[in-house]
Design a protein around this ligand. Structure first.
Ligand SMILES: O=C(O)CCC(=O)C(=O)O
Length: 296
């Protein structure tokens, strides 16, 4: 079984977040929660990165915290590890024995944390500060995992490979780092620019569900859809409440690392903390941010 499973029971907040709250209600709830967190914790972040594009467009490329060579080293680590189906019964397997029906997979939290550079990414104050700046409060790291998308000559997208909005909190942001080279038709991520703040769309376009391609393309037009791809090591941050999708790679399996930052831990996730020998050396901000995963 992988990270966060079995899931815990729903809470009213979780159900509200998964409902059709609307952009301004979400923003208002996020602002209230951010101010409560600031009041309670009094933790400052370093406000030295310009995150304006993230705010305006919903996605911003960033100076990568890992080099291409480091990203490839991470890939080499993960590709020997036991992984499990992202969906269904979370069946586990090694890459060479991947069952035909499995389209996306992930590894467990311990495996993820032990990957070279992952602890450094989790405890990177620049990244935590960027997320905190966007959220308006010290950010909680609430997901860290690599996502495998397996190649298919004839793509038959499912789930996250279809346009959708995420809703793991009132406000959240994801850091993505490619661990394989990707290109158009080979695992690009598509993002509808501005859709994280755009109001006035038909109400069904705020629902937390999968949307048909033709519905999204009909509403937004190709020029509003950004396709993100690049060499291993390419990194960006995205407000994935905005409409987005991964795509099915057609030439090579694609591996992308994601770290998600939220205002609060996600109520239904079952977190597990691991001892970190350098815990005492971490700043208050980093201890706070990583508290669902790391401990003294
Ligand atoms: O695979 C991707 O690029 C996108 C993943 C995704 O849709 C998500 O994390 O919500």
């Amino acid at each position: 079984m992988h990270e966060h499973f079995p899931a815990k029971l729903d809470t009213p907040e979780w159900l509200e977040q998964r409902g059709t709250l609307g952009i301004s209600n979400r923003a208002a709830k996020a602002a209230i929660r951010a101010s409560e967190i600031n009041e309670q914790w009094q933790i400052k972040w370093k406000n030295n990165t310009d995150m304006n594009l993230l705010g305006e467009l919903g996605l911003q490329l960033i100076d990568s915290p890992v080099s291409e060579e480091q990203a490839k080293e991470m890939y080499r680590y993960f590709h020997t590890k036991r992984m499990s189906d992202f969906y269904g019964r979370h069946q586990s397997f090694l890459l060479g024995d991947k069952p035909d029906h499995v389209k996306m997979a992930r590894t467990d939290t311990k495996t993820n944390i032990l990957c070279p550079y992952v602890i450094e990414l989790m405890t990177d104050e620049r990244l935590i500060s960027m997320a905190s700046e966007y959220l308006g409060a010290p950010a909680t790291l609430n997901c860290v995992f690599p996502l495998w998308s397996f190649k298919e000559e004839t793509p038959n997208p499912i789930n996250m490979q279809l346009f959708h909005r995420d809703a793991d909190d009132y406000k959240f942001v994801k850091l993505f780092i490619l661990l394989t080279d990707t290109d158009i038709g080979n695992g690009e991520q598509a993002y509808v620019l501005g859709s994280h703040i755009r109001e006035g769309l038909p109400s069904n376009l705020y629902e937390i569900k999968r949307y048909e391609d033709k519905v999204i393309k009909g509403h937004f037009g190709e020029q509003q859809i950004l396709n993100v791809h690049g060499k291993a090591g390419t990194a960006w941050v995205a407000d994935t409440h905005g409409i987005h999708r991964g795509t099915v790679p057609t030439k090579t399996n694609r591996l992308i690392l994601q770290l998600q930052y939220t205002l609060d831990p996600t109520p239904i996730f079952n977190y597990r903390q691991f001892r970190y020998s350098k815990w005492d050396e971490l700043s208050d901000l980093t201890k706070y941010s990583t508290r669902m995963y790391l401990r003294r």
